[in-house]
Write a protein that binds this ligand. Structure first.
Ligand code: NAP
Length: 521
């Protein structure tokens, strides 16, 4: 049924609307962007482009090439369900292997002619008269614009390096290396090095460079829980078995994903109901950390006093042991400033350095391009004033035909591939629905958006992050308002159920030059 919403004349000959240059633009050729592309092709939509700033696919695994990089959840679970890889060399694959996997998937998903590499998106602006997005971008040939009906933003939830705000960094006479943009032309051999940051990145870099540098100072602001990690080489026979019996790999993947889901549902999301889980897990990890560090003073500095799971729990086979070396120093005095010759800490001591590695993390959900919706509302500004929210982690009212994959409340805990499945799945569902209804605009209803945001913030109150045990943890799961937009606070199965009918929460309208037609089915 078609209903008019704005005085539609009965017998008008509709002048045709301008058509977009391309039906769908996907921003980012990481796993999310490729997942979106694969889903569009599966649903018969081939008219799309994937714009990517880098010169190839892989997203985070192309940018992050620091020493020691490897995935921190089992590779069998960190992969597309549709593209199982029987060839993982280890239970936790190295970064370069993840990049090769991404490149193979680009071919397998038949996406190779969809990419525009070396293309940096600068802004995207919605035109409410034509219901088109104008994407402004630049490539080697200069600036250009492109119109599209739908925009799927897959730029990554953690892609913009955070500014650590350390005074004097620009005065340093040595070399500063950013973990996210590792400079492989710089040799660390025999250098006096510092690593600032002891999150997932820092704990991989530290043991990987300790042998190469002359002396290593690790600057820790907040200690991390670091459990053991057993990274086993997968025997050839197992690989053959996985290749011959793909079903077996599907089962192993399902077990891995389910285990992660159970752990995060009961340990993180429903902490208020099951607080003993994190208490017990914390005790076990603390005991294992104690056993791995010889010096009691060092142990006391390395072992957190805040609760377990307030920050992403980490694992490493050798990070803690690295501090048993005499040439590796743990510095817990706060950094006062960087001076030309090194770092001065609050106790006045200067450590002389040749190189400073910044493993200081990312800006959460930072949009590296300007997104302007209806009535000139800018998305980052909207989030700043209205708090970070998105319906099903994907849509914001007033930003029609735009999907974030993922946006706030879209990340399902530790499982990136379920995050991608749900957010890009919803995006493609709504794109198809819009086309099927011959509509030009899909905008999530404010009531559905508010309802989801309310459910998410209410559920977030039970998460471990809101517990007093997380005070002092400096967790990036909490933003400046005390909200937890970096987590979709529902289990994978609940999130899957919630997103199944989510496309019905959108208003689908057809735009004509002078009025809009709402299309109900
Ligand atoms: P992160 O967890 O945010 O850690 C940043 C570290 O830098 C923290 O220890 C932080 O201290 C410290 N820091 C920041 N600014 C500082 C300053 N001004 N002075 C001193 N210390 C400062 O970032 P990350 O390690 O890059 O990891 C981010 C996320 O990326 C992970 O949680 C994970 O999701 C993902 N990741 C995954 C993998 C993998 O799968 N292999 C590897 C790396 C990263 P505070 O704790 O006090 O803030």
């Amino acid at each position: 049924m078609t209903t008019t919403t704005e005085n539609e004349p009965a017998d008008i000959a509709y002048p045709s609307l301008p058509q977009p240059d391309v039906t769908v633009v996907i921003i980012g050729a990481g796993f999310a962007g490729m997942g979106a592309g694969q889903r569009l092709l599966k649903r018969g939509i081939g008219d799309f482009l994937i714009l990517e700033k880098a010169d190839g696919v892989g997203g985070t695994w192309r940018h992050n090439t620091y020493p020691g990089i490897e995935v921190d959840i089992p590779s069998v679970a960190y992969s597309y369900a549709e593209a199982p890889n029987p060839d993982w060399s280890h239970t936790f694959a190295a970064g370069a292997e993840l990049l090769s996997y991404a490149e193979e998937c680009a071919v397998k998903f038949k996406l190779t002619n969809k990419f525009r590499f070396g293309t940096e998106v600068v802004s995207a602006e919605f035109d409410k008269v034509t219901d088109l997005w104008t994407v402004s971008a630049r490539d080697a040939d200069g600036d250009f614009t492109l119109t599209t009906r739908f925009l799927i933003s897959c730029h990554g939830a953690l892609s913009t390096p955070a500014e650590p705000g350390i005074p004097g960094l620009d005065r340093f006479a040595g070399t500063v290396i950013l973990s996210q943009r590792w400079d492989h032309s710089y040799s660390l051999d025999g250098r006096r090095a510092a690593v600032i940051g002891t999150g997932a990145t820092g704990i991989q870099i530290v043991p990987a460079i300790a042998d190469t540098v002359d002396h290593l100072a690790v600057f820790q602001r907040t200690p991390s829980y670091v459990g053991p990690k057993v990274n086993i080489r997968i025997p050839g026979l197992i690989k053959i078995l996985l290749k011959r019996v793909p079903f077996l790999q599907a089962i192993i993947r399902m077990i891995g994903v389910t285990a992660i889901d159970i752990a995060q549902t009961f340990g993180v999301i429903r902490h208020r109901q099951f607080p003993f889980i994190t208490t017990m897990a914390g005790r076990v990890i603390r005991a294992s950390m104690k056993a791995r560090v010889r010096d009691p003073e060092l142990r006391a500095k390395l072992i957190p006093t805040y609760g377990f799971a307030c920050k992403r729990p980490l694992s490493s086979p050798d990070y803690l042991e690295t501090f048993n070396r005499s040439d590796v120093e743990l510095v817990t005095d706060s950094i006062a400033e960087v001076v030309a010759e090194g770092i001065r800490t609050s106790d006045g001591r200067i450590r002389e350095l040749d190189v400073i590695v910044l493993a200081t993390g990312f800006k959460v959900f930072d949009l590296p391009y300007k997104v302007v919706g209806i009535d000139d509302v800018e998305l980052s500004e909207y989030w700043r004033t209205e708090r970070m929210r998105a319906y099903q982690g994907a849509s914001v009212p007033g930003f029609p035909n735009l999907f974030l994959a993922p946006g706030p409340y879209g990340v399902i805990g530790f499982n990136w591939f379920d995050t991608i499945r749900l957010t890009t799945g919803l995006a493609v569902d709504v794109v198809c629905e819009t086309i099927l209804r011959s509509a030009t605009r899909a905008d999530v209803r404010t009531s559905a958006f508010e309802e989801f945001a309310h459910a998410a913030t209410r559920a977030a109150d039970s998460t471990v992050f809101k517990s007093p045990g997380c005070n002092g943890s400096h967790t990036y799961y909490l933003d400046q308002h005390g909200d937890t937009p970096f987590l979709r606070p529902f289990s994978i199965s609940r999130s899957t159920r919630m997103s199944r009918q989510a496309r019905s929460a959108y208003d689908y309208t057809r735009r004509h030059p002078d009025f809009a037609t709402r299309i109900d089915v």
